[in-house]
Design a protein around this ligand. Sequence first.
Ligand SMILES: Nc1ncnc2c1ncn2[C@@H]1O[C@H](COP(=O)(O)OP(=O)(O)OP(=O)(O)O)[C@@H](O)[C@H]1O
Ligand SMILES: [Mg+2]
Length: 322
Amino acid sequence: MSSEEMLVVKDLKKSFRHGKGKKSKPVPAVDDVSLTIYKGETLGLMGESGCGKTTFGRTVLRLIEPDSGELYFKGENITKANMRPLRRKMQIVFQDPMGSLDPRMRIGDIILEGINAGGTYSRQEQHDRLMELINKVGLSAEIADRYPHELSGGQQQRVGIARALAVQPEFLVCDEAVSALDISYQAQIINLLREIQEKDKLTYLFISHDFSVVRYISDRICIMYLGKVMELGKTSDIVSHPLHPYTHLLMSAILYPDPSQRQIEDDPGEEEVADLSIPEHGCRFQARCPYADDVCRKDMPEFKDYGEGHFCACHKCRDIFG
Ligand SMILES: Nc1ncnc2c1ncn2[C@@H]1O[C@H](COP(=O)(O)OP(=O)(O)OP(=O)(O)O)[C@@H](O)[C@H]1O
Ligand SMILES: [Mg+2]
């Protein structure tokens, strides 16, 4: 991983209105998120369903317009920029491969669309590039004549990746790119993404709710909860020394430092009763945190560096997890 910045996100906010008419009020999906993604790295973004991962991933690509905040891509302020020339460099792979491929188009044409969006090529060049991409994602040439519904989920996801790569991007958002696949396909696609990253020097924002997947592919991990970043750091630091009680919850029993502190996952029916409304004051995680006290209910914790870029937003983490 280099220290060259690929994407800088500053105070990014995006809210959606919930409810209708007078009763509707904006609820933040991404709330004041600041982070940097470095060239050549994979930043894993994880958290439970509804915490704002997809909104974040789409907002940094400006597929959704932010309410406020700033975005810099390779040093250029793209917050208000015309995204057309940049689309090529910033691509996304979606969760649902079938839903993201046009069912009426042959696979070859789907990928060719991307190739032609990336430059002007002769017929021969187009064909060579198509075969190169199909080969790169581990498919065979005959697949070019087939339609999306004639492929397995794993094959469809490979086509989704080939299409994203066709425009020769530098930055790829993978939003739950393997979540819909069987475990065996998941490993194949993840390994494929890693190989391609090494060869093409790509930078990834890898979104997933699955800690084992995120941990395997990411150089650094960012943990989100109700629109806020709770913890961010090198994967090895997060795995060996998680600081936030929420990270402990996500990583569950294995990494608990002391069995007497296993209140979270031992809490019966915890998933069913989880309170996911945003509290008016204090820490977002207070309702589910076994360590929350008056300070946590009153003040929003600061997002602090606890050493070597291991950030955490918790009043108590130093006292509890050292
Ligand atoms: N277009 C929209 N209109 C209204 N609310 C939205 C919209 N998109 C997202 N939200 C809300 O924003 C919050 C974050 O949603 P988002 O899809 O970003 O979460 P997520 O972390 O990607 O979840 P999942 O793991 O289920 O994909 C949720 O409360 C969701 O209901
Ligand atoms: Mg999502």
